[in-house]
Design a protein around this ligand. Structure first.
Ligand SMILES: O=C([O-])C(=O)C[C@H](O)[C@@H](O)C(=O)[O-]
Ligand SMILES: [Mg+2]
Length: 429
């Protein structure tokens, strides 16, 4: 068996995305992703997926070149290569990533977001070469299916008039009745039994009303609300006071560890985050201050599936819960998320996934949710197959774009409907 990497292919694509609202704006009609393929001397191909904005492509290209001639099994070596890839300082703000809603933007995090796609691709290829599923390479699954939650969004029926877009069949959801209707469809179509509402869009009282409506319509179902740090400490406490009793957890009500710690000190409602604990360096302060009770992992920016396991172990050691965050992603990432989630013993919350919002994919067969769960594949590697025609089609869309959609920019998309829109300052309420 020859595990040497002889070819690496990077394919940026644009995938259709519905007009989902968040505190920074609205999703663009098409969003960039990067599909990574590594091929071994024996002709085995592994696939991975990550963010596709230019700042990631800039790092992925030199990274790919350095992979040639190395074995797919050298997973630790991926981090050494990452350290050798220079990050343009203009890409590093230290601020919350605009549009990404996933915490601070540092050089290391950019590198890890690229490493993750290569790590998944190498694990996929290694698994295929050895005839073993990825979860076995990670130490073995402890469950046969992974539970996901319905990711509810306030949304418009359509993207702004005149903007080229694919039509979706979800309709609008801009009030409690619309949110409940959306949740009903999620349950009907996929069997989800827990619901997360993306908040920070409307004044807190309106979002409180939507959560109350969900609790009434779906008694006993775990509920979460995530305003992406849009609230002050006082507002967070008011919301916790009013609906804490019906929430599984409140996600990033206020921005940053100090504010989260202040909220946590005055409420019993568990706080979850994918914004203040997004790197290993941020763990210590947050845990010492008891600022968060659940960390939402994300293999894309934590640097892959093995780092995700490491994060889960640290959380277990400190008695902090773990679950999973999601940005827009396709089936390769859902497969990767499912493999790693199947190996984490202390996973006690349903994971987030944007997948139901994606009508397009690059796989020959879409992954399915049954009773809100994805069955863990025991096929070699990730257990998914790339559809080259679909990949080519979505890549063509990326090639044909004039550059306007190659960077995710939720505020720019919002300005097409509301020319005066500026990303709100935080706290917004
Ligand atoms: O905090 C979160 O869960 C997210 O940021 C998930 C996504 O980024 C979501 O908010 C989005 O895409 O609008
Ligand atoms: Mg969140």
């Amino acid at each position: 068996m020859n595990l040497t990497i002889t070819d690496v292919r990077l394919t940026p694509i644009l995938v259709a995305d519905p007009p989902l609202l968040n505190t920074q704006g609205v999703h663009q009609p098409y969003t960039p992703r990067l599909i990574v393929e590594v091929e071994t001397a024996d002709g085995v191909t592994g696939v991975g997926e990550t963010y596709g904005d230019t700042k990631y492509l800039e790092l992925a290209r030199p990274f790919a070149e350095k992979l040639h001639g190395r074995p797919v099994s050298d997973l630790n070596g991926l981090f050494t290569i990452a350290d050798e890839v220079a990050v343009d300082s203009s890409r590093v703000s230290g601020q919350v990533d605009v549009g990404g809603l996933r915490g601070v933007q540092t050089a290391d995090k950019l590198r890890l977001s690229v490493v993750s796609a290569f790590e998944v691709a190498c694990l996929d290829a290694l698994g295929k070469a050895l005839g073993l599923p990825v979860h076995t390479l990670l130490g073995g699954k402890v469950r046969d299916a992974v539970e996901y939650s319905a990711y509810l969004f306030y949304k418009w029926a359509d993207h702004p008039e005149g903007v080229p877009a694919e039509k979706d069949d979800w309709g609008a959801a801009v009030d409690p009745a619309g949110v409940v209707e959306q949740a009903r469809r999620f349950k009907e179509r996929y069997g989800f039994t827990s619901f997360k509402l993306k908040g920070g869009v409307f004044p807190p009282d309106e979002e409180i009303a939507a959560v109350r409506a969900l609790a009434e319509a779906f008694p006993g179902h775990p509920l979460r609300l995530d305003p992406n740090g849009a609230w002050s400490v006082a507002t967070s406490l008011k919301v916790a006071d009013e609906i804490g009793g019906i929430l599984e957890y409140l996600e990033d009500p206020a921005l940053g560890t100090p504010a989260m710690a202040e909220v946590a000190a005055k409420t019993d409602v568990p706080l979850a985050t994918n914004m203040c604990v997004t790197t290993f360096a941020e763990i210590k302060e947050a845990f010492i201050r008891d600022a968060v009770q659940v960390v939402l992992s994300d293999h894309h920016y934590w640097g892959g599936l093995r780092n995700t396991r490491q994060l889960a172990e640290i959380c277990r050691t400190f008695g902090v819960g773990i679950s999973m965050h999601s940005n827009t992603h396709l089936g390769i990432s859902l497969a990767a998320m499912t493999h790693v989630a199947s190996t984490v013993p202390n996973l006690h919350h349903a994971c987030d996934s944007h997948y139901p919002w994606q009508s397009e994919d690059v796989l020959t067969e879409r992954l399915t949710f049954d009773d809100g769960k994805v069955t863990v594949s025991d096929a070699p590697g990730l257990g998914v197959e790339l559809d080259r025609d679909k990949l080519r089609f979505l890549h063509r869309r990326w090639l044909d774009d004039d550059g306007a959609l190659r960077e995710r920019d939720d505020a720019a998309a919002m300005r097409l409907a509301d020319p005066d829109w500026v990303t709100p300052t935080v706290p917004r309420w």
